[in-house]
Ligand binder design. Structure first.
Ligand code: S3P
Length: 170
């Protein structure tokens, strides 16, 4: 049995899909952002503000390494920037079956426009930022993914059905 791993841009639904999938597949769910916040005893915004993005990226890599030590088979949702590092993409492949929840810039903007907890989307022109970052990142997400799920306009039940249909039965 392999872990089911959810990747994708901020606001693509990884956390919600992860939670719902954990009920359906009766597996525990873990979220790398929450894991890092728990270990660091501070929020992602505080980590970015105090120690910068590269410190946070290193924490993501160590979080994946730690997950690789575990024998438990889980649902793992990861921060939107985690698959950008090549090393992380390699670790993700070792860790399990990777599902890319692919959302358009419009879908993402609608979901995150009132959000203040994501430091990379604050400031002027969040819509433009999302489009630019998504265009830069899409290749990395595709390279990391075993399966791509188009989530635009789909309700969560539909997305879960698609993931379940393509998840390894081993
Ligand atoms: C980030 C995504 C966030 C979080 C951090 C950076 C990114 O996670 O890890 O704010 O670079 O895309 P979510 O994708 O869960 O919002």
């Amino acid at each position: 049995m392999r872990n089911v791993i959810l990747i994708g841009f901020m606001g693509s639904g990884k956390t919600t899909v992860g939670l719902r999938l954990s009920y359906r597949l009766r597996r525990t769910v873990i979220d790398t952002d929450k894991e890092i916040e728990r270990e660091e005893k501070r929020t992602i915004s505080d980590i970015f503000a105090a120690d910068g993005e590269s410190y946070f990226r290193d924490r993501e890599t160590s979080c994946l390494r730690k997950l690789l030590q575990s024998k438990e088979c889980r649902i793992i949702s990861v921060g939107g920037g985690l698959p950008l590092r090549e090393e992380n993409r390699r670790l993700l492949h070792k860790l399990g079956q990777v599902f890319y929840l692919k959302a358009s810039a419009e879908t993402i903007y609608e979901r995150v426009k009132h959000d203040t907890a994501r430091p990379l989307l604050q400031g002027d022109d969040p819509q433009g930022k999302i489009s630019r970052m998504l265009a830069e990142r899409d290749g990395c997400y595709a390279a990391a993914a075993d399966v791509t799920i188009d989530v635009n306009g789909k309700d969560f039940e539909h997305i879960l059905d698609e993931i379940e249909a393509q998840a390894d039965q081993a």
